[in-house]
Write a protein that binds this ligand. Structure first.
Ligand SMILES: Cc1ncc(COP(=O)(O)O)c(C=O)c1O
Length: 433
């Protein structure tokens, strides 16, 4: 056992669930063997507590580090802001600068509010649209954070959130009174969307969804949602916390050509520094003045400065072009390698956020084996590849070589099952012991 594994065992004594984010639990990757903690990270290289070096070829800060870890330009701006004082009784002028930048990128929008996390941005946005419409029901597609408004979907029997995100997201502690305040529909399932629109006609405040993520929209899907929400006076809220800054500088809807009424941003916008934003049309955003939405650290300067610098660098370097190039390259060689080595693999997702699926009777066994063998070859790898500006061609080539070696192991096993050095990885949410 390395220091990381020992520390993680200790963590579970002091921190319920071991860590603050389900997606950072070692159990989600390689139980007992995943290097749970890092000492330092730069570009896409990560060094764990035992001094082992890895290339991050999976989540890159869970989607936050679009420019890479420790980006020199962003960090320089952040350090400068720290030296000038990152917190004060007065407001940081960068609030206005960032608002103008975000409105410039999203010309349909007029006003901006800030948070520090994506989930918070969603909570604020949902509060605003409920206040504006004076209606309660939201139709929801996809994952949007941990807050009560969202988890309330699972107050209904049958684990509805398992259809759009993960299984077992327990709504314990969410007031039963929030039942029937949101309803779930699947991406591209226009039939279910139509049914919900009909059933709750006149009571719907908003439709909350990612414009795109794991699959591309079927022809007419987003257009119908846009048109029917407009007709009924329902707000269309695009959650761009993960999809934002992948296909272009700003929300993916700019590329898809669908204009929402309000969006949420987070993650990649500030390259690893906490920042979230709600960007919307003036009349809707002004409803934020009729309900109490306020928090001390939402006014803090580092996130603002990091976002401004990230966006400037992103624009200057046309980062989206590089992300597309990397994503397309990885997509192509993964498909080719799977074919060459007879590995049953499906790949989905927009190119900068690829998701793989091992199509076997025991997919988790293959997923765990892949992570285990890639780790031995110096890669933090899973069934996802989030492209970052820091992924150089030579790192991608090394990733491709390692993938081929692991796929060759799978092929050579024939009908035998992969052998794991530890337990199988978890899927979904579960209690840890
Ligand atoms: C689409 C989407 N919305 C909201 C969130 C929640 O953001 P955060 O984890 O910053 O609270 C996430 C996080 O993965 C996300 O992908």
């Amino acid at each position: 056992m390395g220091r990381s594994q020992v520390l993680y065992e200790e963590a579970k004594k002091y921190i319920p669930g071991g860590t603050q984010l389900l997606s950072k639990r070692p159990e989600m990757f390689l139980p007992d063997l995943w290097p749970a903690y890092y000492d330092h990270a730069r570009g896409c290289q990560v060094t764990d507590l035992d001094g082992n070096d890895y290339y991050d070829t999976c989540f890159m800060g869970i989607g936050a580090n679009i420019l890479g870890y420790c980006d020199t330009d962003v960090d320089k701006a952040v350090v400068k802001s720290i030296q000038k004082g990152n917190m004060c009784t007065l407001n940081a002028p960068e609030e206005v600068e960032l608002a103008k930048l975000l409105i410039d990128i999203h010309p349909w929008a007029d006003m901006v509010r800030y948070t520090k996390t994506g989930g918070e941005a969603l909570s604020v946005a949902v509060r605003i649209v409920r206040a504006y419409t004076e209606k309660e029901i939201v139709l929801v597609c996809g994952y949007h954070g941990w807050h009560d408004w969202y988890l309330a979907a699972n107050l209904e029997k049958g684990d509805p959130l398992s259809y759009v995100h993960l299984s077992g997201l327990e709504p314990k502690g969410v007031p039963a009174g929030l039942a029937d305040t949101n309803y779930i529909f699947n991406y591209n399932n226009i039939k279910r969307f139509r049914e919900l629109m009909k059933k709750y006609k006149g009571k719907i405040a908003a439709v909350v969804m990612e414009p795109v993520r794991n699959i591309m929209p079927e022809e007419g899907f987003l257009e119908e949602i846009r048109n029917s929400t407009k007709e009924e006076g329902i707000i269309l809220l695009f959650d761009e916390v993960s999809s934002g800054f992948r296909l272009c500088c700003g929300g993916a809807h700019l590329v898809l050509g669908i204009e929402p009424d309000i969006i949420t941003l987070g993650k990649a916008m500030s390259n690893g520094y906490p920042m979230g934003a709600i960007v919307g049309k003036r009349d809707i955003m002004q409803a934020a003045q009729e309900t109490f939405i306020s928090s001390t650290y939402w006014t803090e300067r580092i996130g603002l400065v990091a976002a401004i610098e990230t966006i400037k660098k992103y624009k200057k370097n046309h980062v989206e072009k590089r992300l597309d190039e990397i994503g397309r390259g990885v997509y192509k060689f993964m498909l080719e390698a799977a074919k060459e080595y007879d590995v049953k693999l499906e790949i989905s997702g927009i190119r900068p956020l690829l998701h793989y699926e091992f199509v076997y009777d025991k997919p988790l066994l293959y997923k765990t084996f892949f992570t285990q063998e890639m780790l031995k070859r110096g890669f933090l790898a899973s069934t996802a590849f989030y492209a970052s500006y820091a992924h150089t061609n030579s790192i991608i080539n090394r990733y491709a070589d390692a993938v081929k070696e692991v796929f060759a192991l799978i092929r050579n096993m024939g009908d035998k099952e992969p052998q794991l050095d530890g337990p199988i990885c978890h899927t979904g949410f579960q209690r840890l012991t």
